[in-house]
Design a binder for this molecule. Structure first.
Ligand code: G3I
Ligand code: 9MR
Length: 585
């Protein structure tokens, strides 16, 4: 803080003492770190050449040291940045930058007057296990199959939800399939901590995993995730995504190309294991968002699996055909927005902004088919870029176009594609630079699933890095990964079983209902935000209203401590990308 401003704060505090603002002073002040704050650091650690920083509560100290755990010796020391208040936590913090320290080993950060930081490592392959686990989490959430000890270890469980006798709900009835028609719609992944399957959310998750593969095929071709398909001719990541794609195919009505919005029970089940949750399931209402999301994902899958024709004969062609049929349905039904029918209480994933879904589907169909008409209907010059979410998919269109830019036809405007991608990366990079916490999280990012937003912000920064080689984009993405792995004011590394303090009570029915103490590994908890929509269901209070501290590691907190497939997917993308891109250097 400049001396002049510091003086003013002191003067106004002094005036307060003499006048009537005593009560103001007894309130916690936004610019002062509260007593029990700790040093925050990525609890896994860093690759040797990465940007590395810890966040330190501002106390009197100006310097920090790195302590080598093995020798107990100080191996690096540096000056802390200026203390500034982070508006999203209300805490005054300083950054300890040790990017220039590259020696592999195990360390912690020491600052006079504070407890030592959690331990972390500097290691070449630091994110491999995390990346494997974040993908393996999808296996743990597979529907319609037993998880055997060979692949699931302690988390083995009987098969849940065969989904071979699913009823067409009234809202989805058509002439060819009247209400009550029974269809088979097995496989897929459970969406989250609940047992339902939602097209829109499973679509963005599947796409993001396919993008991870499309961007880094060599890396993922070499990984062994210990899933039932391991050892076959297909990379494990693509075996895992196929589990969901096979389900998605069954959600299209073959009579008209329309896609059901979700497959669900009428209400959320209790805290029981999958095989115990045996209430009737329904496919519910076709919708435009579902059709377009489906079209985008199937068009993407068609090109990714074209290389694996032998393992999945006919799949690539079938996926494209069904993508085109869904696209056609959406053209004829352009504004069928989804709302839960009265008797259906489960997740809604309702979205009435459909222009981004149209653009995304068009972009993927254009890339896969090379047909210029698809590019034209995308209306690229009018399409902005933004951080992707289940309800906003335009960023995925730009991400795919950027990856394939060298192969596009002349209809595509490559300069526009590059400027959209670097434009968003610049915005996020600026946010990172200005943030006292050193993290590109805007006020609007602290929503239900804020950790997913953090990872999607990082994924978009990495698109900028892949295009431009601008190191600052990569460093800003690294800082976001650091944030979810512990460099945040809650002290949690938000990925189950990855870090020294991790969520123990995620809102995930199998984790809560099994007899095992530790939750299923590799899941990213939703993360803090001020919404507290579950406060009435929680027997404990949130520790703070501040967006970055409003988090509860409690089963009750479905608004901050649930896990979902769409938040894990960008964690997969980012942890894999940072690992691979550094290995390439
Ligand atoms: O759209 C409004 C926006 O206009 C407004 O400014 C903003 C202010 O808070 O709210 C926006 O709505 C939010 C909506 O998500 C869209 O982002 C709601 O507040 C928020 O409560 C809602 O949260 C969704 C939540 O379900 C409740 O519906 C989450 O995004 C979504 O990830 C979550 O998804 C659930 C599924 O329904 C069921 N399965 C688990 C999954 C994760 O919890
Ligand atoms: O368990 C449900 C979770 O999966 C959903 O994301 C969440 C929001 O739709 O709802 C949870 O169910 C809660 C319900 O909405 C309200 N009563 C308590 C339920 C959880 O115990």
């Amino acid at each position: 803080m400049p001396t002049l401003t510091r003086g003013l704060v002191a003067v106004s505090a002094g005036l307060c003492l003499l006048t009537a603002c005593q009560s103001e002073l007894s309130q916690p002040r936004d610019d002062v770190t509260e007593g029990d704050a700790n040093i925050q650091v990525n609890q896994l650690g860093f690759m040797p050449d990465a940007a590395k920083a810890a966040v330190v509560p501002a106390n009197g100290a100006d310097r920090f040291e790195l302590i080598d755990i093995r020798s107990g010796q100080s191996v690096f020391s540096g000056t802390l940045s200026e203390g500034r208040a982070w508006e999203h936590s209300g805490e005054r913090v300083r950054q300890a930058d040790f990017s220039s320290f590259t020696r592999p080993g195990r360390y912690q950060v020491r600052v006079a007057g504070l407890a030592e930081s959690p331990e972390f490592e500097v290691r070449e392959d630091i994110y491999r296990a995390l990346n494997d686990a974040a993908i393996k989490a999808y296996y743990f959430n597979r529907v319609s199959t037993e998880l055997t000890p060979e692949y699931a270890g302690d988390y083995a469980r009987p098969a849940g939800h065969p989904d071979t006798q699913v009823e067409v709900h009234r809202s989805a009835a058509s002439e060819a399939r009247p209400e009550g028609t029974v269809i088979s719609s097995p496989k897929g992944w459970y969406d989250a901590g609940d047992y339902n399957k939602y097209i829109v959310n499973s679509g963005i998750s599947t796409y993001t995993l396919l993008a991870a593969f499309e961007h880094f095929p060599e890396y993922y071709s070499g990984r062994d995730l210990t899933i039932p398909e391991s050892g076959d001719a297909v990379p494990d990541l693509l075996d895992e995504t196929m589990w969901n794609l096979e389900w998605m195919l069954t959600m299209q009505d073959p009579h008209d190309g329309g896609v059901y919005h979700k497959l669900t029970t009428k209400n959320f089940s209790g805290k029981i294991m999958p095989h115990e949750a045996d209430k009737q399931r329904y496919v519910v209402a076709k919708g435009t968002a579902a059709a377009l999301n489906y079209a985008a994902v199937m068009a993407t899958a068609s090109r990714v699996y074209a290389e694996y024709e032998e393992a999945f004969p006919g799949f690539s062609r079938q996926a494209l055909k069904s993508a085109e049929a869904a696209w056609q349905w959406a053209q004829e039904n352009p504004d069928v927005t989804y709302r839960n029918p009265e008797d259906i209480q489960t997740g809604e994933y309702g979205d009435d902004q459909l222009s981004d879904e149209f653009a995304w589907a068009a972009a993927e169909l254009y890339i896969t088919t090379g047909k210029d008409d698809y590019y034209r209907v995308m209306s690229a010059p009018e399409l902005a870029n933004s951080t992707p979410s289940w309800s906003d998919s335009k960023g995925l269109a730009w991400m795919s176009l950027a990856h394939h830019r060298e192969q596009l036809t002349s209809a595509a405007d490559r300069d526009l594609i590059e400027s959209r991608v670097t434009g968003l990366a610049d915005e996020l990079h600026g946010e990172w630079q200005d943030s006292p916490q050193g993290v590109a999280m805007r006020a609007e990012d602290f929503v239900w699933g804020s950790n997913g937003v953090a990872m999607n912000n990082a994924m978009m920064l990495l698109q900028g890095y892949r295009l431009s080689g601008e190191e600052g984009y990569r460093d800003a993405a690294q800082a976001l990964l650091d944030y979810v792995l512990g460099r945040n004011p809650t002290g949690f590394s938000y990925v189950t079983q990855y870090g020294s303090q991790t969520p123990q009570h995620i809102h995930h029915r199998p984790s809560e209902a099994d007899e095992i103490e530790a939750p299923v590994p590799g899941f990213l908890a939703g993360g803090p935000h001020s919404g507290q929509q579950d406060a009435d269901d929680c027997p404990v209070e949130y520790p703070s209203d501040k967006p970055a501290r409003s988090y509860l590691d409690h089963w009750c907190s479905y608004a901050t401590n649930e896990i979902t497939i769409n938040w894990n997917a960008p964690l997969v993308y980012v942890s894999g990308a940072l690992q691979v891109m550094s290995e390439r250097d």
